[in-house]
Design a protein around this ligand. Structure first.
Ligand code: G6P
Length: 610
């Protein structure tokens, strides 16, 4: 999940690479480097830490080269330090390679390279790759062939870019399992691991598929298979403006993304709700609607926050569409032997559309004949392209590592899918209209909650020094409890657990004392009274309680220390509202602790390794 960028053209590549790396930093940020070709040398500049460190370092060097590659790293093999940062050299320092992914057979390859006399300076699997390419260059192959031959020996995943002093007119790139996109410019071309790094320069892109290699010149590009067959690739136009992927005056991307949820939700549902008929219209599913509605079973596969959205969808679909639903961690699903048939539909939820485990689960489900539906944010991403059909959530670029607006947009799309299939089954037009109406009201209701930002910040302030947190909810609110806990631990490093409220008595209750803040997500629904009993149990043991409750629930204020009020909607949509205060609380606690909320330690936005 490192970030890759490259440039070839008539401009100085170095500032372009640095700018690209900054836009990719959310993918990995423990070290960064650039490599360039000058008249007679390949040069590498690397720094441990963030891209700004690298920028500071090279700004004094006045580097200039019309071809270069850059990398921001999320360590897999070898600790994050300067030596392990990319690019990596061959022994003669004529070839430079950057790599995203994992070379699984790297120890076998490393041993055989050692036997041939290669020495290694880093602990990375990438250095194995660069030396493998070097072996073929020494046998007289050109760069592109050497890359192809080396990759044919490699097991694992890669998105790579290589430049070579003897062929200074090209960057060679290849992909298997890690995204790579070519940005087609005017007398200049770029490459990157995602479009965020390209958008300032061009909106015309070519996505590489697995097992494809490309030679990028300043005025042309040639794409072929690993087996050397030439391919004709379409140039696509990407959507989204540069403003959309910048902070736009907010102190952090995460805050911006939380605050823009009324807008992102509107974008997710725009043109998709037909109120008068109580229907949802999802262009991507046309032709597949009956097959989904007639599924014997729906399985939802995802990771992280997307998995939590899947758990909410389980409640939605079972309540309204009468189809049994199972929700699976993609990482578990891919290595089980899932019993699937063509009567099953598997929904893959992914913000990035590149998560390695989700993608592998998708391939497995396809192999077994199930209908695969993608619910994805990043347009043109691998999961979006590999699914049989799907729905984009249209949340816009999400840069903060902790997912916020993608979660609510996923819930919107999942509620629309539910409405669509439920109306094909037993749901009446009147009930369909009620859901449609409630969906349309969400943007304003979310705005009402965001208007209480200051109040939520004040609550957050009281808990900055907490070491633990418990989040409890039932029914539709159980996944929200998990998501609230995940948000807090991701960015504030406070240990937090989410639990179904009724399960508290089977263990977590032992933890309750005056040092244990407990967040109850307690809208007034069918299980509300039972949740109140749980609140009493925590109170009796001295726990400090924060409750998220409905606006019209005045009684709860007497029961708990702090209440955050949200508007009311139908139970299936309440998670869209109740999660907002939890996002804001996590954000404010992390900011008050002085932490980097957009790039929390050890995490990455797009997890393209296992
Ligand atoms: C990483 C991110 C999470 C995200 C998860 C799944 O862990 O930090 O925010 O929920 O991956 O990512 P996806 O892109 O598939 O939704």
């Amino acid at each position: 999940m490192c970030g890759i960028v490259g440039y070839i053209g008539n401009k100085n590549s170095v500032p372009i690479l640095i700018d690209g790396l900054k836009r990719l930093e959310y993918r990995g940020y423990d070290s960064a480097g650039v490599g360039i070709l000058t008249k007679d040398k390949a040069e590498v500049y690397k720094r441990e830490g963030k891209v700004s460190e690298l920028e500071k370092y090279i700004s004094e060097l006045k580097l200039n080269s019309k071809i270069g590659i850059g990398h921001t790293r999320w360590a897999t093999h070898g600790i994050p330090n300067e030596v392990n940062a990319h690019p990596h050299f061959n022994p003669e320092k004529t070839l430079l390679v950057i790599h995203n992914g994992i070379i699984e057979n790297y120890s076998v390859l490393k041993k055989s390279l050692r036997d041939e006399g290669y020495q290694f300076v880093s602990d990375t699997d990438t250095e194995v790759l660069v030396n493998m390419i070097d072996v073929f260059l020494k046998k007289g192959q050109n760069l592109c062939n050497a890359v192809r031959y080396a990759l044919s020996k490699v097991e694992g995943t890669y998105g790579i870019a290589a430049i070579y002093i003897d062929e200074p007119d090209k960057i060679v790139v290849a992909r298997k399992g890690s995204p790579l996109v070519i940005g087609v410019g005017d007398n200049e071309n770029l490459i990157a691991s995602d479009v965020n790094a390209l958008i300032a320069h061009t909106k015309r892109v070519v996505y590489l598929e697995d097992n494809e290699v490309a030679e990028i010149y300043k005025d042309k590009f040639i794409v072929k298979t690993l087996e050397d067959e030439n391919l004709k690739k379409d140039i696509l136009e990407i959507e989204g403006s540069i403003e959309e992927i910048t902070k736009g005056g907010f102190p952090h991307f995460m805050f911006k993304e939380i605050m823009e949820q009324p807008e992102s939700i509107k974008n997710s549902l725009r043109g998709r709700v037909i109120l008068k008929d109580g229907l949802a219209k999802l262009g991507g599913l046309i032709g597949y609607e009956d097959r989904i509605a007639e599924s014997r079973r729906i399985i939802i596969c995802a990771c992280g926050t997307s998995w939590h959205a899947g758990l909410v969808a389980e409640y939605m679909i079972e309540q309204y569409a009468d189809i049994p639903v199972e929700v699976e961690y993609a990482s578990e699903f891919r290595y089980r032997n899932p019993i699937l048939s063509k009567d099953d539909t598997v929904i893959f939820i992914s913000q990035s559309g590149e998560t390695a485990d989700t993608l592998a689960a998708l391939k497995e489900a396809k192999r077994k004949g199930a209908l695969c539906v993608g619910v994805v944010n990043v347009v043109g991403s691998t999961i979006a392209r590999e699914s049989h059909t799907g729905v984009y959530i249209h949340a816009g670029p999400e840069i903060g590592v902790a997912s916020t607006k993608a979660f609510t947009a996923q819930l919107i799309v999942l509620s629309l899918i539910t409405l669509l299939i439920a109306r094909k089954k037993n749901l009446s037009v009147v009930d369909g209209r009620e859901i449609a109406q409630a969906i349309l009201e969400l943007p304003n209701q979310v705005q009402e909650i965001l208007n209480q930002n200051e109040l939520i910040e004040n609550v957050a302030e009281k808990f900055v020094s907490a070491n633990n947190f418990l989040y409890l909810g039932r029914g539709y609110q159980f996944p929200v409890a998990l998501e609230g806990a995940l948000k807090l631990k991701e960015i504030s490093y406070i240990h937090a657990e989410g639990y179904p409220a009724a399960e508290m008595k089977h263990g977590p209750i032992a933890l309750i004392d005056e040092n244990m803040p407990v967040v109850f997500i307690a809208p007034t629904d069918t299980v509300y009274e039972k949740v109140v009993s749980n609140i009493e149990e925590v109170k009796a043991r001295g726990g400090r309680i924060i409750a998220v409750a409905n606006n019209d629930n005045a009684k709860i204020d007497e029961l708990v220390e702090y209440t955050i009020k949200v508007p009311s909607t139908i139970p299936m949509l309440m998670p869209v509202l109740t999660v907002i205060p939890l996002q804001l609380m996590a954000y404010h606690i992390a900011v008050k602790k002085g932490l980097n909320v957009d790039q929390p330690r050890n995490l990455a936005k797009s997890v393209t390794v296992e």
